[in-house]
Design a protein around this ligand. Structure first.
Ligand SMILES: Cc1cc2nc3c(=O)[nH]c(=O)nc-3n(C[C@H](O)[C@H](O)[C@H](O)COP(=O)(O)OP(=O)(O)OC[C@H]3O[C@@H](n4cnc5c(N)ncnc54)[C@H](O)[C@@H]3O)c2cc1C
Length: 893
């Protein structure tokens, strides 16, 4: 049974037109609107779609400029909801032209008889939530207003062209066109002088066509874009074969991929490849002419690390120099102001070569800004250009433009969406907004939308929304609304994700920077299509987490909370580990656990190069101990950090924290000496502590021989290694040396009780479990010895210890004892800084290059080490601080 219709109300501003009553009003008839109509009809909901354009198509109705094509291969840029539709429609080209895509959408509308529910030529102008009737009242500029229970904006991310920012457009006596509103009739350019303003995707696609027709083309460029050749033609055989071999499997892979196109996740990082290997990968991507390929398949760090990205950017600039004859023009066309991919790169056909034509001129607006448009053309502050035609290829007010153009959208208590979004768009999942019940957005800000193959995202959003409406109806709910908590949590998660990528380093339409006065911030969800899908499913499986549901005859339901509290990459790592369904490590026994850890470590990416790695042995308290020394590439002598690895006093060795030691060596500019102390059960308490102390003393005494700086050393350790570092500081103070300048304790074990809340809250699910900690303690230390400060340093005397930097992670059983140690040190007068890392788990900082969001924490650790050593600033670290991802890590100091 369809949902009861919204209460009838007479239209208040169109006079004699009766209000149209429906269950659902959809705005827009592009890819999203059409699929919504199909699904809503199947769900038995009475629906109307309102569309400003004269026909279906959305983007593909409006963008008719010459050269307009999609830039995701058409075999991927297609609906997948009906296998029969896939069988009856065959694309003619790798990247279909605008007319072909428009024909496809017309074909879809006809095949499912969707036009009968669409009111064309009808723009929605305002929308108000009617609290009493619990429905939305929409006004339109044509015909009846609409009253609906649910209001779904399928208004498009790129559907509101940005108005020109230049004075004098009205004075111009020639023809003016906008690529985003291109006329239906042919535009004749033969023999004319054409000015094109803008070199985004539309400009790059259309300029070569204009150049072929017009007498003269002058291109006004403010910011150059990266483009690579589309190599159009028929769909590539390899991709087609993949699809045809297993169509359903291919589509499913796309749904769980990062960008909505099935490509594998790259694991090889740039520094593991030689120059020749990198070039070979790049040339393959260049030849493939595929954005998703070049954006994801070169090396794993290309989109998350400035150095990994710079390698691609330079190869791209090399191609531009090779294509453009005039070196000055080539330089003007070469982007230097944004990482490759941080701004959407373009696919082109002869774009760069077009600048070799005698009838094409490039004007660099960075050097000569446009002063005004005059009656006869365009005046910069250096020259005047007389032209017959001006084409604005200036892009869109992306993501929010079409939504806020309906004004007001008034939610609860009459609050308008524009005012709620005054400081930037706030949404839950990119689909809903707190305070705006029963309002949904398809590919709204906060969804993967423009960073994905949009058809895949659109199908997922539509399915999720329509499934929710059906479920609500079955349960008797009529109103659904996001909570403020859930929305704030989503904003935090969005910002955590944005810190993982390089998008935040570019001023682009993704961030709103192309529209003067628009609040800036990364608007699309950067966490990827697959992770987003799994989060949306989790919201449902956790009882509509973050939504309030109500209805006339049912009790209100509100399962409030945040769906993702982990850092995004931590979530991925933990999900991956959960999928592996590993038996608990403690069930392997000590020898089996060591084997397991060794195997596990083999699968992680290699650490980054350092100046030198030297293996050696040092005399311990009872025989030689192995060590591995990491020396920075910078000139020495460097301060020395004595490092103790993690592993619960049972597992690991001097090489097992190799990536962490390399990373810290580079960031701090210090020698790291990782000590292979002896392990339990062969060597129980206090062997590890005594080995740690003996090794520190020996290293301090032999600092110069090791190539280090003489004077005090520093100590550092992670987990049980943090325990050894903390204990070493206490022993050194008691035993009269060596001198220690500072201690870095990362998620250390510092006490033998298990009753602090973090042991219960994080008992399972975060890799280091409570039961594993019990096991470690049992193997290393008998209960009678556990209060000894050489294993529970929190119980020792803390006065007079070296300054400390103490790191704890939110989702770690050891969190609260670490915080307690930091507090106790401070109380004892020891200078201490605490870094309480939000959303992180026990291994976050040592899983270098798997947990990218650990970077900013390691930067802070390196800074602290340098302060302890009396050094201010260091080249490697300063460089990283400037360029590397900088996720928010809450520091309580
Ligand atoms: C030139 C170009 C090329 C692109 N190529 C790709 C590609 O290769 N791959 C990809 O994934 N994406 C691409 N995109 C993005 C593209 O926008 C989406 O893929 C997709 O077409 C969006 O569909 P939609 O239905 O969400 O929105 P749209 O297609 O934008 O449709 C929204 C519709 O809503 C209507 N509307 C808006 N406001 C109102 C209102 N108040 N009242 C009534 N009607 C309203 C508009 O008129 C419009 O018709 C491209 C975009 C452009 C501009």
């Amino acid at each position: 049974m369809p949902e009861a219709m919204a209460t009838a109300r007479a239209s208040d501003n169109t006079g004699n037109q009766a209000t149209q009553q429906v269950d659902v009003a959809v705005v827009g008839a592009g890819f999203a609107g059409l699929y919504l109509l199909y699904r809503l009809r199947k769900a038995g909901l009475k629906t109307v779609a309102l569309e400003e354009a004269g026909d279906v198509g959305g983007t593909w109705y409006w963008n008719r400029y010459p050269g307009a094509r999609c830039d995701i291969q058409t075999i991927d840029y297609s609906y997948t909801f009906d296998p029969d539709l896939e069988r009856v429609w065959t694309w003619s080209e790798k990247y279909a032209t605008q007319p072909e895509i428009l024909r496809y959408l017309g074909f879809v509308a006809d095949r499912y008889d969707l036009r009968r529910e669409i009111r064309f030529g009808t723009k929605v102008t305002t929308a108000r939530w009617d609290e009493a009737a619990e429905c939305w009242q929409l006004t339109t500029d044509n015909g009846a207003n609409v009253s609906c229970r649910h209001y779904i904006m399928a208004t498009g991310c790129l559907s509101t062209p940005k108005p020109p920012e230049i004075d004098g457009v009205k004075d111009f006596k020639g023809e003016v066109y906008f690529t985003g509103r291109w006329p239906h009739d042919e535009v004749k350019l033969a023999g004319k002088r054409v000015a094109v303003i803008g070199t985004g995707s539309s400009g790059i696609q259309s300029i070569p066509f204009f150049a072929e027709q017009a007498a003269q083309v002058t291109v006004f460029q403010r910011t150059p874009n990266f483009a690579l050749p589309a190599h159009n033609g028929s769909a590539p055989a390899d991709r087609k074969a993949l699809l045809e071999k297993d169509r359903a499997g291919y589509r499913e892979q796309a749904r769980w991929s990062l960008a909505g196109v099935p490509y594998p996740q790259q694991t090889v990082v740039s520094w593991q490849l030689s120059d020749a290997e990198r070039r070979e990968r790049f040339e393959r991507a260049w030849a493939a002419g595929d954005l998703v390929h070049i954006l994801t398949q070169l090396w794993a760090d290309q989109g998350v690390d400035v150095d990994g990205n710079a390698l691609v950017a330079e190869l791209m600039r090399e191609k531009i120099r090779a294509s453009v004859n005039d070196p000055d023009t080539a330089e003007t066309l070469s982007p230097h102001d944004h990482p490759f991919g941080a701004k959407r790169p373009c696919l082109d056909t002869n774009y760069y070569a077009t600048y070799n034509r005698p009838n094409v001129t490039l004007v660099n607006l960075r050097q000569e800004p446009i002063k005004a448009i005059t009656a006869t053309g365009i005046a910069t502050d250096k020259r005047s250009f007389d032209v017959d035609v001006i084409v604005f290829a200036t892009g869109f007010d992306a993501m929010t433009g079409a939504i806020t153009a309906v004004h007001p959208i008034a939610g609860r208590a009459g609050k308008s969406l524009s005012s709620v979004w005054a400081n930037g768009p706030q949404t839950y999942l990119g689909l809903t907004v707190a305070g705006f019940p029963n309002l949904f957005m398809i590919t709204g800000p906060g969804s993967p939308s423009v960073l994905s193959n949009m058809v895949v995202s659109i199908e997922q959003h539509v399915d999720w929304v329509v499934d929710r409406l059906s479920a609500m109806r079955e349960a008797g709910f009529t109103v659904m609304e996001a909570t403020e908590t859930a929305q704030a949590g989503w904003a935090r998660h969005m910002s955590d994700c944005a810190m993982l990528t390089l998008h935040r380093l570019a001023n682009t339409w993704y961030t709103g920077a192309n529209v003067p006065g628009k609040v800036q911030g990364v608007m699309p969800y950067t966490g990827g299509v697959g992770p987003y899908r799994s989060i949306c499913s989790e919201v449902v499986s956790r009882g509509m987490l973050g939504f309030k549901l109500s209805g006339p005859n049912v009790a209100e339901q509100c399962n409030d909370g945040e769906v993702v509290r982990l850092q995004p990459d931590v979530r991925l790592v933990l999900n991956m580990l959960a999928d592996m369904n590993l038996p608990p490590i403690e069930t392997f026994g000590a020898a089996g656990a060591r084997l397991f850890v060794n195997e596990f470590n083999k699968s992680r990416p290699l650490g980054r190069p350092v100046g030198e790695v030297v293996d050696g042995t040092l005399p311990g308290s009872d025989g030689p101990l192995p060590y591995r020394l990491y020396r920075p590439a910078t000139p020495g002598p460097h301060p020395i950090v004595v490092y103790f690895h993690g592993g619960g006093w049972v597992l690991g060795d001097e090489q097992s924290d190799d990536p962490f030691c390399r990373d810290m060596c580079r960031r701090s500019g210090m020698i790291f000496v990782s000590v292979g102390y002896r392990h339990a059960p062969e060597h129980r308490f206090p062997t590890a502590a005594e080995d740690g102390y003996a090794a520190t003393r020996w290293i301090a005494e032999h600092a110069v021989e090791l190539g280090g700086r003489s004077g005090p050393v520093l100590v550092a350790g992670w987990s049980a290694g943090g325990n050894i570092a903390a204990v070493t500081c206490q022993l050194a103070r008691e035993r009269g040396g060596p001198q220690i300048a500072g201690q870095l304790l990362v998620c250390p074990v510092v006490d033998c009780t298990f009753d602090r809340p973090s042991y219960t809250e994080n008992a399972t699910g975060y890799f280091l479990t409570r039961s594993l900690m019990y096991w470690f303690w049992d193997i290393y230390c008998s209960p009678a010895d556990r209060t000894d400060p050489r294993v529970s340093p929190l119980r020792g005397k803390l006065e007079g210890l070296p300054p400390a930097f103490l790191v704890t992670c939110e989702f770690d059983p050891l969190r609260d004892e670490g915080i307690a140690y930091g507090d106790a040190l401070a109380k004892a007068g020891v200078p201490v800084e605490q870094l309480q890392a939000r959303g992180h788990f026990h291994s976050s900082f040592t899983m270098v290059d798997m947990v990218i969001t650990g970077v900013s924490g390691r930067e802070k650790m390196a800074d602290a080490l340098r302060r302890f050593a009396g050094q201010a600033g260091a080249s490697e670290n300063a460089r990283h601080a400037r360029t590397a991802p900088r996720p928010e890590v809450d520091a309580a100091e």
